[in-house]
Design a protein around this ligand. Structure first.
Ligand code: UDX
Ligand code: UDX
Length: 459
């Protein structure tokens, strides 16, 4: 079949895979190829066992696979054929050299840009999907356009705002699509080509176009604002615990103010995920780089508050459990960084597990989707102190405490009488997500400690 346009995405991860599957399903006349250097990932995308879990993803991939959606490890050939190339390779926090711990590690991005340059023999549009520091597109434009073949590249920024667990919903019905491009005639035409893809299903008034730098910075800013709301509510949660106020009531009361709004005000064990911390640290680094140390310190505090929330949670567990957890079995309910995903990147559960193992507790981890990732993440810890258990009832058997790490619906629906009967006494519940009914658990016999709300103690 002859396709009207050929789109390629380099990077078949949490962002690239779902985004391209949706573009393929909505633009049947467009060929969509997803390329990745990881052969296992590419094989998995074409199997019945997709490499990531997202509600609705299986159906959408199956509908287009082999029709106009293709996966490949042959990045070079895919580049040569494509008209529009999205780049969605990872940009983790740098772990070495200048800016270590804050700046973005751009090595994969730059390597990809050079490969695009080498394999291109005709003009192309290159779109950064990966979240990148402001002005990266400009730098990439310079690398790409320094070629001997007089091939011209237009570099655009089209950040992805999908959240994991709701990726397909967010992609099908985005609040906005943002496309930044150079303010030249060519640049505007390139932006229009990418906008035309989204216009297959997104109303035009939701497709925003800006200059490249605004687009890059908007992505970092959106994540910084979202994370800041969580750290803000968690800061107030600490005060609630000290004063007897209830964070749910406070959140409800302030959320009724239309200027504040009710969303993203759930106190928790802290935010996780691949983006928030990485993007804020990147923002901090940029501010420092541009000589704005006060602005940098302001945003860095959002990350410090998040770390404090986890440490506070573990300290509270130890204090309530008579100041020692050595040899005690503790069941962690959930390991994913949020419900409806198997993703464990930067999950608070990772830090909590490490701190509990440091205290020589025996940690039993249960999660409906994330046990495989948990095993990999914790491989360096003494394995005699960790058990992975798919069945939450078995995980809780003989445990001194349950600590809720992820707000999976399953955990709300368990038979806590049965669980209580199988546990060591006194039995504790530390609810890091405020999903369980404090009174009902207390009536069963538990001592219960939620976040930012009065607990109920039997000891
Ligand atoms: C990534 C970035 O982390 C994020 O900043 C950005 O907003 C979107 O892209 P994600 O899709 O979650 O997010 O990353 P990941 O699941 O790690 O996928 C990246 C993929 O790129 C991996 O499958 C990796 O194998 C691939 N890759 C990486 C390449 O194909 N080539 C490379 O040179 C490097
Ligand atoms: C986030 C942004 O929402 C998304 O727009 C961007 O593209 C990528 O980063 P994601 O990390 O997938 O998406 O999940 P999100 O739903 O934002 O949750 C992030 C973390 O914050 C999770 O650990 C979640 O449990 C936590 N959270 C969220 C809270 O603790 N309280 C809340 O009220 C909301």
């Amino acid at each position: 079949m002859e396709f009207a346009k050929k789109v390629l995405c380099i990077g078949a991860g949490y962002v690239g895979g779902p985004t391209m599957a949706v573009i393929a399903s909505k633009c049947p006349e467009v060929q969509v190829v997803v390329a990745d250097i990881n052969a296992q990932r590419i094989a998995d995308w074409q199997s019945d066992n997709l490499p990531i879990y997202e509600p609705g993803l299986d159906e959408i991939v199956k509908a287009s696979l082999g029709r106009n959606l293709f996966f490949t490890t042959d990045v070079a050939s895919a580049i040569a054929e494509a008209d529009i190339i999205f780049v969605s390779v990872n940009t983790p926090t740098k772990t070495f050299g200048i800016g270590a711990g804050k700046a973005s590690d751009l090595q994969y991005w730059e390597k990809t840009a050079r490969q695009i340059r080498e394999c291109s023999h005709a003009d192309k549009i290159v779109v950064e999907k990966s979240t990148l520091p402001v002005r990266t597109a400009e730098a990439m434009g310079r690398i790409l356009n320094a070629n001997d073949e007089h091939v011209h590249f237009d570099v655009l920024s089209n950040p992805e705002f999908l959240a994991e667990g709701t990726a397909i919903k967010d992609l099908l019905n985005p609040d906005r699509v943002l496309i930044g491009g150079p303010e030249t005639e060519r640049g505007r035409a390139a932006v229009e080509e990418v906008a035309a893809l989204y216009a297959h299903w997104v109303p035009r008034e939701r497709i925003l176009t800006t200059n490249v730098w605004s687009s890059e910075l908007s992505k970092l800013t959106a994540n910084a604002f979202l994370a800041q709301r969580i750290s803000s509510i968690n800061a107030i949660a600490a005060l609630c615990e000290a004063t007897g106020a209830d964070i749910e009531e406070v959140a409800h009361a302030i959320g009724r103010d239309k200027r504040i709004g009710p969303k993203f005000l759930h106190a928790s064990i802290g935010f996780g995920g691949s983006c928030f911390q990485k993007d804020i640290l990147n923002l901090v680094y940029l501010c420092e780089h541009f000589g704005l140390p006060e602005v940098a310190a302001y945003w860095e505090q959002v990350v410090s508050m998040n770390a404090h929330q986890r440490t506070r949670f573990v300290a509270n567990m130890i204090a309530k459990m008579f100041n020692t957890i050595v040899g005690k079995r503790i069941a962690l309910f959930g390991f994913a960084f949020k419900a409806d995903t198997g993703d464990t990147r930067e999950t608070p559960a990772l830090y909590v597990t490490r701190e509990l193992v440091e205290e020589r507790a025996h940690v039993v981890i249960t999660d409906p989707k994330a046990l495989g990732n948990a095993r990999r993440d914790l491989a360096d810890l003494p394995q005699d102190l960790i058990t992975y258990e798919a069945d939450p009832y078995k995980a809780a058997e003989g445990a001194h405490a349950i600590a809720v790490m992820t707000e999976w619906q399953q955990f709300r629906e368990l038979d806590y009488k049965r669980i209580y009967a199988s546990m060591e006494k006194p039995a504790f519940v530390f609810d890091g997500r405020n999903i369980l009914d404090v009174d009902a658990l207390y009536d069963i016999g538990f001592s219960v400690y939620p976040i930012g709300r009065p607990g109920k103690s039997r000891i």
